[in-house]
Write a protein that binds this ligand. Structure first.
Ligand SMILES: *[C@@H]1O[C@H](CO)[C@@H](O)[C@H](O)[C@H]1NC(C)=O
Ligand SMILES: *[C@@H]1O[C@H](CO)[C@@H](O)[C@H](O)[C@H]1NC(C)=O
Length: 425
């Protein structure tokens, strides 16, 4: 039995929505938005009461790396599920390359890094064409290791991940993740750090009650500002989604990347809004929010999640690669490889941006009564995506439902890792 570990730390900064109808001819259109949203719904169905954070783009890139080594049903299922089946065979690699390149274009306003790496078992011959294409499309570093030295390999890969996520993701893997049957690990890491275009002033941050879905309240630090954002109020016309809900898009410096928040009314649980979230609707929101002055109350928070993608991907129709029937014969001549594991870990931190200001002690009006401008008060669970406004790619999809430990960081960070472990039988 051989095991190929495809280890992919992905940064799911999902930049999904084609923004504001101004896509330049050379900007690729993302075709994976449907996949991104289906992933979210699967995770939501499986995840119960937890926060959700993941990077659909990272998952797509990791699967693209697997596709390079796959044939037959293994290949077709991925193409179908991710949204590539309308493309000519192989065009998706160029698309993924262009989407990630478009993201990294503007490095003056924010930091975004994609890193891919292949760790190969020493002594196993991999198809040179596979390695060549992996470098060409995914700029993957290739290293050989001895997977039977499982704790040394875990350390090496963890170091690599740590190095490519500014140390935000640590100890992703352990010795138990590897064995003498491991043949390859694909790792994909994404790191994003943006500053708000309109920053929150730390002295306006106050302790505030956040109402969880079960009605209980927890204290959290709530950031506040009044500023120009993209805003809209929507309703699906029925009571299904709890009536009117708010959509607020807050750009990062440079305006290419943004966080788009969807917030139901306070008495409406997020769970009643979630079912209507679909790729076309996200696009509609993005196209219909209007620039205007808004009062924003947003928690300062950190979310972190490790997801076992195996079941989720299987639910979305990617089954064959996880079975003995998998055909990964484009990787090596042997036909006996399959994916043993698929893991993604994502980390996101949202703060005011700016100096690590002490939390102020003066008073600001935290009231719903005096409304001069639309007020977006995220003091109850909300959904958001971090997207690229030019390509529409979703870097990250997230649901924030409860308070976790508050960090004293200064910027917004997202790091995501997707790991696919390929095994051989
Ligand atoms: C990716 O970009 C290259 C160079 O601009 C272009 O030739 C190619 O057609 C693009 N691929 C896709 C799938 O859009
Ligand atoms: C991580 O970065 C440090 C410092 O740049 C370097 O010494 C080390 O070799 C790197 N480790 C890996 C696994 O790339």
């Amino acid at each position: 039995m051989l095991i190929l570990d495809v280890l992919s730390p992905l940064l799911l900064l999902s930049i999904l929505l084609p923004g504001y109808g101004c896509r330049a001819a050379d900007i690729p259109e993302d075709t994976t938005s449907e996949f991104s949203v289906r992933l979210y719904h699967r995770l939501q169905a499986a995840g119960g009461q937890d926060n959700i954070i993941f990077s659909p783009l990272s998952v797509a890139v990791a699967l693209g790396m697997v596709e390079l080594g796959a044939r037959g049903a293994s290949l077709e299922e991925i193409r179908q599920a991710v949204g590539f089946s309308h493309l000519l065979p192989g065009v998706e690699f160029s698309l993924l390359q262009n989407l990630t390149t478009a993201l990294t274009d503007d490095d003056t306003h924010y930091v975004i890094r994609f890193a891919n790496s292949l760790f190969l078992q020493e002594g196993v011959t991999f198809n040179p064409e596979f390695l060549h294409l992996m470098k060409k499309y995914f700029r993957a570093d290739v290293e050989t290791v001895d997977f039977s030295e499982s704790s040394a390999v875990a350390d090496q890969i963890n170091n690599w991940v740590e190095n490519h996520t500014e140390s935000k993701i640590r100890a992703l893997l352990s010795a138990e993740d590897f064995s003498s049957v491991t043949r390859l690990t694909l790792v994909n890491a994404v790191y994003f750090r943006g500053s708000w275009k309109n920053q929150f002033r730390p002295e306006n941050t106050r302790t505030f009650s956040f109402s969880k879905d079960d009605g209980s309240e927890v204290q959290t630090l709530m950031m506040y500002q009044q500023g120009d954002f993209y805003y809209g109020e929507f309703s699906d016309g029925s009571q299904e989604a709890g009536g009117v809900y708010q959509v607020l898009e807050m750009p990062y410096e440079g305006e290419d990347m943004s966080m788009m928040i969807v917030l139901p009314r306070q008495e409406v649980p997020l769970a009643s809004l979630e079912p209507i979230i679909k790729a076309p609707l996200l696009e509609e929101w993005a196209n219909n929010v209007k620039r205007q002055k808004v009062e924003v109350y947003l928690p300062r928070f950190k979310v972190e999640q490790k997801i076992d993608l195996r079941n989720t991907l299987q639910d979305l129709g990617i089954k064959n690669i996880f079975t003995n029937d998998a055909d990964l014969s484009a990787m090596t001549d042997g036909k006996d490889l399959y994916i043993g594991k698929a893991v993604q870990k994502a980390y996101l931190e949202v703060t005011e941006e700016g100096a690590e200001g002490a939390v102020g002690s003066g008073m600001i009006a935290l009231t719903r009564t005096l409304v001069l401008y639309p007020q977006v008060m995220a003091d109850h669970p909300f959904f958001f995506v971090i997207r690229n406004r030019r390509t529409g790619v979703y870097l990250c999809e997230c649901k924030y439902k409860r308070i976790s430990r508050v960090m004293s960081g200064r910027l917004l960070y997202i790091t995501v890792h997707v790991h696919l472990f390929v095994c051989a039988c």
